[in-house]
Ligand binder design. Structure first.
Ligand code: ATP
Length: 346
């Protein structure tokens, strides 16, 4: 298995604008990396560069210690799984899984044996003789994965592999991919725009925006210490609340800082609490099960928080939001960069 290093990758298509502005990443063998970011930020482009399906204008792609910019996709030890599965409709599951092996000149008996072994790992044995049209979305996705696994590569690239599945199936497949990663001990680089998927799957998350890598770290570090306001708002649900220091008037926070408060730092209470608090009225509530997401109007703007249904104040039109300032994040109001600030209160 080999290390994947990207050094200062710049990319533009034809004579178009730059879509990757100097991205660097070092990925250890066996890591599960999730690249996340809004639509158009360059996630798929980065993945396609690693696969060798695109070339970059500047920078180095180093695979296993060797500069590999000019190595053809089929000569890289990498398999790619796409969102639309790319299965052959006229071939059975067995043939689809074995297809890549045929291209490599493996004899038929060996090929079929390998396809059956992979089908067992993915619980696809009952479907080996079916064609893709007779499979569910999740089964098709597993066949696509089977085809990649059959090649015995050390690295799998996955481009939004679950985006065509319904929510329940997506949760199941997410777990399967995570288990597969444990079994295969392979490197996985996985692209998604879904922050929940990123948090639940990754050893490390790469957050991108407009072709720039914003932060590359563990899910815990990204959630607990977001590098800037963009990362803070993109990761975590409901989205972090941002309040200007001047509006919250709390614990001597300098006025050039924006205060970031996640839902878990906020409590809705009936009477004015000690410490930092905002008067609030609930304008909208969304039931999510045992919890409700509450959208509140406050003098500092709109604030969203989650509360347990059994712990709501009686009068939602006239209540308070208690802010745990020890759990607050601080950002430079101009640049959005994270700033450390020690709150004195409490
Ligand atoms: N073949 C291409 N020719 C020209 N421009 C392209 C091409 N492919 C992508 N782009 C542009 O490059 C930028 C990055 O696209 P990319 O597909 O990498 O983004 P993404 O983050 O994967 O987006 P999404 O989540 O919507 O798939 C976009 O502005 C896109 O329009």
């Amino acid at each position: 298995m080999s290390r994947i290093t990207l050094q200062n990758i710049r990319k533009s298509y034809d004579r178009g604008p730059t879509v990757l502005h100097g991205v660097s990443m070092d990925i250890a063998p066996g890591e599960f990396i999730v690249i996340v970011g809004p639509s158009g930020c360059g996630k798929s482009t980065l993945l396609r560069l690693i696969a060798g399906l695109e070339t970059c204008r500047e920078g180095d792609i180093i695979l296993g210690g060797k500069r590999s910019n000019d190595i053809a996709p089929q000569d890289r030890d990498i398999a790619m799984i796409f969102q639309n599965y790319a299965l052959y409709p006229h071939m059975t599951v067995r043939e689809n899984i074995a297809f890549g092996l045929e291209l490599r000149g493996m004899p038929k008996r060996e090929r079929n044996a390998r396809a059956e072994e992979v089908a067992r790992t993915l619980q696809l044995e009952p479907y080996l003789d079916r064609k893709p049209a007779a499979l569910s979305g999740g089964q098709r996705q597993r066949v696509a994965m089977g085809r990649a696994i059959a090649r015995e590569t050390s690295t799998f690239l996955m481009d939004e592999p679950l985006s065509n599945l319904d929510n329940a199936l997506r949760v199941v497949m997410r777990r399967e991919i995570k288990e597969l990663h444990k079994t295969l001990k392979a490197t996985i680089i996985y692209v998604t725009h879904d922050q929940t998927e990123a948090l639940s799957l990754a050893d490390r998350i790469a957050v991108m925006k407009d072709g720039h890598l914003q932060q590359f770290d563990t899910p815990e570090a990204i959630y607990d210490r977001p590098a800037n306001r963009f990362v803070a708002s993109f990761i975590g649900a409901p989205e972090m609340n941002f309040l200007e220091a001047a509006e919250l008037k709390s614990a001597g926070v300098p006025s050039d800082l924006t205060i970031g408060l996640r839902s878990d730092a906020l409590t809705l209470v009936g009477a004015k609490p000690a410490g930092t608090a905002l008067p609030a009225s609930v304008t909208l509530s969304e039931m999510t099960g045992s919890d409700v997401v509450l959208h509140c109007e406050t003098p500092a703007g709109r604030v969203t928080l989650t509360a347990h249904r059994s712990a709501l104040p009686a009068d939602l039109d006239d209540c308070w939001i208690a802010c745990d300032m020890k759990a607050a994040h601080f950002f430079d109001s101009k640049t959005g960069a994270r700033r450390e600030f020690a709150v004195q209160e409490g």
